[in-house]
Write a protein that binds this ligand. Structure first.
Ligand code: 3NM
Ligand code: MG
Length: 507
């Protein structure tokens, strides 16, 4: 069965046009053949004017060509024509036959694409089983003047964001006014860490070109260079990501003790975060208590945000107690580079015991590595000038040196176990505008370490993802107007994710 075996490549989507303004007096089938030779990967026959007999004749001829190149042929709007010639599928607009009727007529294997200009249309089509979405109109175009709305790359991104949020894995192509000049920008702009376009659809850029083959080649080159900007997800990464929900679930089911020795500023917030993610927190700064607490199967956070001489003694007692029973310990050297006292404190604690995870901003991590060159002003992150490669190198070196896991937080987070380095791009800008987001990320990761002791690297990554995706969900809420309204919304979304996980009902 050819249809079943055809893996659909949506990357370079050609929509035909038979009007004299675009096609001129050329033969449609010849132009399409040239376009395929130039790199087109999927073809939609779109002819709004011709008689049914003509449509069927032309579609048959087109199908002979597309089939010989293993390129799927879709028919615009006309389910009857698609059925008549055995096309691979159809493309339907919002005003055409409804998706479920089309699906009934064409069967489960057919490719059925739907046009979407809004988040609502996209979600509805995805939910009802569309095979892919044509998202547009990106830019105003003389080719189709009756389009509903010009949505720009912002509009495309809104749709992509919502699709990825709902975790719809549906292919998407952008359409409307795309050409060799703007295509690279569109492909790069319409993407996030979690979702990007599968391809681009064009009419005039190929169909109206003097040399369709050359025009298609040029666009194909642009599409490939856009693709190379995104390294393919390795199967290891996919495997790792597939573990995340299970690890989040384990936190909820085991409700581990999360022992925080944290600073005065974030005590309350950290306790709230710990409760919302499903752990049982205790904010105990008295080191003598640690021996009892270490036996309860939880994890320890040592956060030296408001360090005092007493504090240091207490930290070291607790670290030893947890090390003695193999309990996970996370070290957050807050403000490590700010004062001589703090730099000494970092040196002292690093000698006191073993940390499973060291997390901090760039400056703090450099300080732990003994390379804190920049004078840190406060405990906020400050700006960074070093490259991603540089940061990846720093976390890998420190993790290797300490034989543990090192996390450098920032707009992009870098985490390493001394061998692998992952860059994580989730999060929300308001995390940088509230106090304690870094500290409570530490609390979250520690709890995750407690339930996943065999795979601490994965646990840490799962903790970061839960935390930062919760921030994205909160930040996207309409009632969140700034950092102030963000905090309660953030607690709500942490809680919601934890509840989904507990019931295994992922939203
Ligand atoms: N559908 P060109 S825009 C066929 O927005 C079509 O749904 C659109 O032509 C939509 O590549 C469009 O020449 C025409 O701009 C796109
Ligand atoms: Mg239509």
């Amino acid at each position: 069965n050819r249809k079943r075996n055809m893996k659909v490549d949506y990357s370079f989507y050609l929509v035909t046009d038979s009007s004299p303004e675009i096609l001129g007096d050329r033969d449609l089938v010849q132009v399409v053949k040239s376009a395929i030779q130039g790199g087109v990967t999927i073809v939609q026959y779109r002819d709004k004017k011709s008689e049914t007999a003509h449509l069927i004749r032309t579609a048959k001829r087109l199908h002979e060509i597309t089939s010989s190149y293993l390129v799927p042929l879709l028919i615009n709007d006309r389910i009857d024509v698609a059925l008549a010639i055995g096309a691979e599928g159809v493309h339907i607009g919002q005003e055409d036959m409804d998706l479920s009727t089309a699906r009934e007529l064409l069967g489960p294997e057919a490719i059925i694409g739907v046009t979407a200009s809004s988040v609502q249309e996209a979600l509805t089509a995805a939910e009802n089983g569309a095979s892919y979405l044509g998202i547009g109109t990106v830019y105003a175009t003389p080719t189709k003047t009756d389009t509903k709305s010009i949505i720009g790359t912002d509009g495309v991104n809104q749709i992509l964001d919502q699709l990825s949020f709902i975790r719809y894995d549906i292919p998407t192509v952008a359409i409307g006014g795309l050409n060799a000049k703007n295509l690279l920008a569109v492909m790069l702009e319409c993407s996030s860490s979690t979702k990007r376009l599968s391809g681009a659809a064009v009419v005039s850029a190929v169909m109206a070109a003097t040399h369709p083959l050359e025009a298609a080649k040029e666009l194909s080159t642009v599409l490939r260079s856009a693709e190379s900007a995104f390294p393919p997800e390795s199967s290891k990464t996919r495997e790792l990501l597939s573990m995340v929900p299970t690890i989040i679930q384990r936190v909820g089911h085991h409700s581990p003790l999360c022992h925080n020795m944290t600073n005065l500023v974030v005590q309350n917030f950290a306790a709230n975060v710990a409760i919302c993610i499903g752990t049982s927190p205790i904010m105990a700064n008295y080191g003598e208590e640690a021996r009892d607490l270490a036996n309860l199967g939880g994890a320890l956070v040592v956060n030296m945000g408001t360090v005092t001489p007493d504090g240091l003694t207490n930290y070291s007692k607790a670290i030893r107690a947890y090390n003695a029973v193999g309990g996970p310990v996370l070290f957050d050297p807050v403000g490590g580079g700010a004062t001589a006292i703090r730099r000494e404190a970092v040196d002292f604690l690093m000698k006191e015991g073993r940390f499973d995870v060291i997390k901090g901003n760039e400056n703090e991590i450099l300080t732990v590595l003994g390379q804190g060159s920049v004078q840190q002003k406060g405990v906020d992150s400050g700006s960074s000038t070093s490259s991603a490669e540089n940061k990846a190198d720093v976390v890998r070196r420190l993790a290797k040196q300490r034989n543990n896991i090192v996390l450098m937080t920032g707009k992009t987070d870098f985490i390493s176990d001394g061998r692998r380095v992952y860059a994580i791009n989730n999060g929300h800008k308001y995390l940088g505008s509230i106090t304690g987001s870094g500290c409570t990320l530490g609390t979250t990761i520690a709890a995750f370490l407690a339930v996943e002791r065999e795979h601490k690297f994965w646990a840490a990554i799962a903790g970061i993802l839960m935390f930062e995706i919760a921030a994205e969900i909160a930040g996207a809420r309409e009632d969140v107007k700034g950092p102030g309204t963000f905090v309660p919304a953030f607690l709500d979304s942490l809680y919601t994710i934890a509840e989904w996980a507990k019931k295994d009902e992922w939203g």
